[in-house]
Design a protein around this ligand. Structure first.
Ligand SMILES: [Zn+2]
Length: 272
C-alpha cells in the first residue's frame, strides 16, 4: 500500500502471430486492453494483466511527473530500434515538441548527432539546452549546409517525422542518404495525399518505417533511462493542471503556449 507506480495502458499477449513478429501494438489483446475508465480520471482501475506486465515501481530519483514520461519515452525507444539507428548516425528530428525532444536525447545518448527542426524559436532553444547538435527553423540553406558537412555530403542516416504535412514528406526523404530511413511518428489529416517519387525510393534504397506504441521491455528501458538521468524531462514537467481544468490545458497546448500539460487528480498533491 502506498507505493508509487507508473502504469501503461495496453498489454500485448506475447504469444500471437503479431507479438511473435515484434508487432506488439498490432496484437488484438493489446488493442483490447485498457485502464478503466481511462487516463483522465481521479482514480483508475488497473486490470491484473497490466499489473503483471506494464506496472512499475517509480524509482526514488524520479518525481511522479517525470515518471509519467515512461510511456511516451518507451514509444520513442521502440521507434529508434525500428529505425535501426546506430551510434555514429546523423539524425534529423522534425518537430521539437515533447516527443521530438525525447528522440533527440535518445539519439545523443546513443552517441549519434541530432539536428532538430522546428519553426518555434523557444522550442529550438529548449532543444539546444538538451544537447541537440544543431537546430534550425526548417529547410533553409544553413540547415542543408550543416547536414552536408556533418555527413560528408551523404545526407542524414535517418529522418524522424514527429510532425508532418504532405509537402514535407518528399522533402524529408530528399535529406536522407542513399539507404537511409524515414521514421514516421505522426499522423496526417485523413484527406491528405502524399506524392512520392517511387523510383527515387527504389534506386536510392530508401526505407520508410513506422512505429506505433511500445512493448513492456521498451517501458522498462525507458523508466531506466529516466531514472539514471540519461533522458531529462524536468524541463517539460512544469505545467500541471487539475482535472477540472482540462479545457484550459488543451487550449494551452493548442495555442503552443506550453509544451506539455500534466493533469493531476485533485485530491492527490502534485510534486510539480
Ligand atoms: Zn499478441
Amino acid at each position: 500500500m502506498g507505493d508509487r507506480v507508473v502504469v501503461a495502458h495496453h498489454v500485448p499477449c506475447g504469444r500471437c502471430h503479431y507479438c511473435c513478429h515484434g508487432n506488439i501494438s498490432m496484437c488484438a489483446e493489446f488493442k483490447k486492453t485498457n485502464l478503466d475508465p481511462g487516463g483522465f480520471a481521479e482514480f483508475v482501475r488497473v486490470p491484473v494483466e497490466h499489473v503483471e506486465s506494464v506496472a512499475f515501481p517509480i524509482p526514488d530519483s524520479l518525481t511522479d511527473n517525470e515518471a509519467s514520461f515512461m510511456e511516451p519515452l518507451a514509444c520513442c525507444v521502440r521507434a529508434v530500434k525500428r529505425a535501426g539507428i546506430q551510434s555514429s548516425d546523423v539524425v534529423v528530428v522534425v518537430g521539437l515538441g515533447s516527443i521530438g525532444l525525447l528522440f533527440m536525447q535518445l539519439i545523443r545518448h546513443a552517441g549519434g548527432k541530432c539536428i532538430g527542426l522546428d519553426l518555434d524559436p523557444a522550442r529550438r532553444e529548449l532543444a539546444d539546452s538538451l544537447r541537440s547538435t544543431a537546430t534550425f527553423a526548417g529547410s533553409e540553406p544553413d540547415f542543408e549546409e550543416s547536414l552536408a558537412s556533418m555527413t560528408n555530403g551523404r545526407g542524414a542516416d535517418a529522418v524522424l517525422l514527429t510532425a508532418a504535412n504532405p509537402p514535407l514528406v518528399p522533402t524529408a526523404l530528399s535529406w536522407l542518404r542513399a539507404g537511409g530511413t524515414c521514421l514516421v511518428f505522426a499522423s496526417l489529416h485523413p484527406d491528405s495525399d502524399v506524392t512520392l517519387d517511387w523510383n527515387q525510393l527504389y534506386y536510392r534504397e530508401i526505407n520508410i518505417v513506422t512505429s506505433y506504441s511500445a512493448s513492456p521491455d521498451d517501458l522498462r528501458e525507458a523508466l531506466q533511462l529516466l531514472a539514471n538521468g540519461s533522458v531529462r524531462v524536468s524541463l517539460m514537467t512544469g505545467h500541471t493542471f487539475p482535472l477540472e481544468w482540462f479545457s484550459e490545458a488543451l487550449a494551452a497546448i493548442e495555442s503552443r503556449t506550453i509544451l506539455k500539460a500534466i493533469m493531476t487528480p485533485s485530491r492527490v498533491s502534485s510534486d510539480q
